[in-house]
Design a protein around this ligand. Structure first.
Ligand SMILES: O=P(O)(O)OC[C@H]1O[C@](O)(COP(=O)(O)O)[C@@H](O)[C@@H]1O
Ligand SMILES: [Mg+2]
Ligand SMILES: [Mg+2]
Length: 335
């Protein structure tokens, strides 16, 4: 499983973070190989239990969680918080970092050969285990994801832009492909799980109705829709060619604050998106301007190209009478 070759070329990675980033990449390339074996390997998509948040756990969720915790020991990571664990684990009592992880994101896609990933977020440890994570989202010092798809890639920010590495299958090293990734200012795509339409709040329904109205609607343009059910894959597409992602809170039981976790998913994705020139919010407030209040809390997440973000935000600011009106009457948006 392991390889003695350094998993990533070190230029541009802050020295204090290099051991942790190398460990993430080392596990990433190993997971990439196991995932690529698909039906020839172990059955990674089988159900093995339920995590503390009530989500079903697949074999790969557990395998990835264990592999990251093991590899990050001895890399200056003091506190390890995982979506798959109820409690924070102390890895290295002398370490100065706190790392939060969604070890395997998009687990419903494991068995169907669609892109999945790992999302991570790093803070300076301070004031104990919980205090190291329950703090301002803007305190993150690094965040990113590894995507296991047709290519395995690492997207990472250290707070000065977004770096894009791809795993070279020949050398098994993550090589820098782009050192300053910027997402397009606007696009004609949006991503939302439309099967929840009837449960959405009014501003989300109104926005999507207006997108679906196309050229005849208030936006006066036709849109394209995507839903992969894999946050890393949607993020990667949006970083590459723009668009908007929405996972709002909705009226289903347990979905009042949406589905995605602040600490393991929303905070790191928001950091990456903001550093790439995009925006991320819960509809009203920028995710980066919020606090993590609870290890496993959920938060509505909307992010993407700035022009689309500005538009969807207006729907949240409108008085209810205006948002519930037929789109033809939402004169505000007529262009
Ligand atoms: O099945 P739904 O409700 O559309 O949810 C899809 C979302 O759930 C997730 O799979 C949640 O992540 P996990 O697989 O880590 O639980 C996201 O990647 C994705 O955006
Ligand atoms: Mg996830
Ligand atoms: Mg997960």
């Amino acid at each position: 499983m392991g390889s003695t070759i350094a998993p990533i070329s070190p230029e541009g990675i802050p020295t204090a973070l290099l051991p942790a980033i190398s460990a993430l990449c080392s596990v990433g390339r190993s997971l990439s190989r196991q995932i690529a074996r698909g039906p020839l390997g172990a059955s990674l998509g089988r159900n093995v239990g339920t995590n503390t948040g009530g989500d079903g756990q697949k074999a790969l969720d557990v395998l990835a969680d264990t592999a990251f915790a093991t590899a990050l020991s001895g890399t200056s990571v003091r506190y390890f918080a995982s979506e798959e664990r109820e409690e924070i684990v102390e890895l290295d009592p002398k370490g100065h970092l706190a790392l939060a992880i969604d070890p395997l994101d998009g687990s419903s896609n494991i068995d169907v050969n669609v892109s999945i990933g790992t999302i991570f977020s790093i803070y300076e440890a301070c004031g104990g285990a919980e205090a190291s994570f329950l703090r301002r989202v803007r305190d993150q010092i690094a965040a990113g994801y590894i995507i296991y798809g047709p290519q395995t890639s690492l997207i990472v920010t250290f707070g000065q832009g977004v770096r894009y590495y791809t795993l070279d299958p020949e050398t098994q090293v993550f090589e820098l492909a782009q050192d300053h990734l910027c997402l397009p200012e606007q696009s004609g795509e949006f991503a939302i799980n439309a099967s929840n339409y009837r449960h959405w709040p009014v501003p989300i329904r109104a926005y999507i109705d207006d997108c679906l109205a196309g050229e005849e609607g208030p936006h006066a343009r036709n849109y394209n829709m995507r839903w992969i059910a894999s946050l890393v894959a949607e993020t990667h597409r949006i970083l590459t060619r723009g668009g908007l992602f929405l996972y709002p809170g909705d009226a289903r039981r347990g979905y009042k604050r949406g589905r995605l976790r602040m600490l393991y998913e929303c905070a790191p994705i928001a950091f990456v998106i903001e550093q790439a020139g995009g925006k991320a919010s819960d509809g009203l407030l920028a995710i980066m301007d919020q606090r993590v209040e609870d290890l496993h809390e959920r938060v509505p997440l909307i992010f993407g190209s700035p022009a689309q973000m500005d538009r969807v935000t207006v729907y949240h600011d409108l008085p209810p009478a205006e948002t519930s009106a037929l789109f033809s009457e939402r004169s505000l948006f007529r262009v």
